[in-house]
Design a protein around this ligand. Sequence first.
Ligand code: BES
Ligand code: ZN
Length: 626
Amino acid sequence: MRTPILLATLITVILTSCGESKPTVVESSETAEVAKYATPIHSFAHPNKAVVTHLNLDVNVDFDNQIISGSATYDIDVASGETRIAFDTRNLEITSVSVDGEETKNWWLGEEKPFMGVPLEVEISDASKVVSIVYTTAKGAEALQWLSPQQTAGKEHPFLFTQSQAILARSWLPCQDSPGIRYTYEATVKVPKDLMAVMSATNPTEIDSTGVYHFEMKQPIPSYLMALSVGDLRFAPIGDETGVYAEPSVLESAAYEFADMQKMLEAAEALYGDYAWERYDVIVLPPSFPFGGMENPRLTFATPTILAGDRSLTALVAHELAHSWSGNLVTNSTWNDFWLNEGFTVYFERRIMEDVYGKDYANMLAILGWQDLQHTLEDFKDTPDDTKLKLDLDNRDPDDGMSDIAYEKGYFLLRTLEENVGREKFDVFLKDHFTNNAFQTMTTETFLDNLKAQLFDGSDEKYAELKVKDWVYRPGLPSNVVAVESPLFAQVEAQLELFLTTGQTEMMDTANWTTHQWLHFLRTMPEAVSMEHLTALDKSFGFTKTGNSEIAAEWFVLAIENDYRTADAAIEGFLIRVGRRKFLTPIYGALVTADPTMERARSIYEKARPNYHSVSTNTLDEMLDI
Ligand code: BES
Ligand code: ZN
């Protein structure tokens, strides 16, 4: 039983300085009780009444039937007088429930809500300590992607991976699926004998011939960081605390690509404090993984589309590593505060890249981010509320909040603050932020209070002058946003100009251009490009055949927009092989614009869809009206 924290004096209302947040203090006539947890908005759980503190997961991974089944046993903490605990489930079959080791019939599944799933309520008493739920996942469980051998690099063994963020964890285990609720976990996972299982926890480095793996996560994490991958995996060390998992045929190129990982980890620690998770490894998944990366603690899940062969796309590793502080250590309280996870992480990512590869490199990343932000602002011009940093996702799928606003507007706020107060002061503030709030959740309002108190020494003037409230609570971009300049991109612009006036690639000086310069080159092209120009560029620079996924995706959009049909086969091949949503939406989008009957887009999608994770099909089904 948990005793509520009582305040001796009567508190009527506590509002934050900007008055925009809901008070976190619950009133009562005599005393006021400080609610430990903010009310979850995308979970059925009531953590202030009954909350999980530890999970013991015991499951079997059945590739033949494509289901996970077993038990999730939770230690719980119940407030005095409470008689129910609520969990989130989505398409789970619940077989039985027990409380403190005794099976009970007193549990209920509630009504299904779109994208939220079904609440599971269990009767308990305030003396109850353990709830165990026996369950099976559904065939099409949203978090899970079951791959046939054909969809893997080795083509011999099947593969499974999970994607829990934002609210898909509940489709593979019953949980209190709110980023505001943390717990430690241990797991026993049984898989086919020739496969390895890895989780967001302590991991094996070799295949265990029993097919049974044990895991432990000693640091408390929210459910969206629960993760499991099963496949024909091998491990290669990189540094003392870093390494990579991949299928055998991918391992060597992955280890080559991520050679600087240990350096990145050391740069990150030097910036914002000790790494809290002991090891940092990356697993390279098959290409249908719907994201670039996912910051599962101790084990980032990554797309193979960053294996460019020249280490040029590893900012993504810096990004997921940075989440070990921003997100995994200090976690957004609800998905309305998503910018606290992602904006901070983009800022931290670029600071790591600056330390390892220099300022010019980091500024190229910042400008590409700026361009993405401008596009998003344009795309969202009819829904300006979605361009606020603090979102209102009540009754909406949190996936709707996953835009460049959180990432890039968030980044530019932090960079603007840094440039105004000076880097030294800003770094002290950020380091304190991570140290003081480690393993806790953060609301936008608490962050702003801390910002004013610590970064501006309580000064209202500075806070107003830097338009912090406008940044967070108003649409669009405040006028005080800092500008970023890049001499390396200036070179690109000059060469592009030369090409556009002469039509000759031979006169261009592109020696030593990096991936980011090429991206800038393609992005800065005029809207309409002639067939002669496209043909000349492709002939000289081999864009259609490039093995660099970022350059390919950019080129394919340009090719579709300008009806450059030479790239057709490459485009179709890419869309069938790769399931990373960030690439799919612009390419399918261009196909739809080029052919509004959608015939071309749909005929490729029909072939490609079986290779996509639910995250991607969700978006594309809607886009293509399927
Ligand atoms: N945590 C995100 C991915 C995510 C966000 C999954 C919201 C589900 C819901 C991850 O850290 C991320 O931001 N990935 C980016 C890469 C990054 C370099 C911007 C991606 O996948 O593109
Ligand atoms: Zn991220």
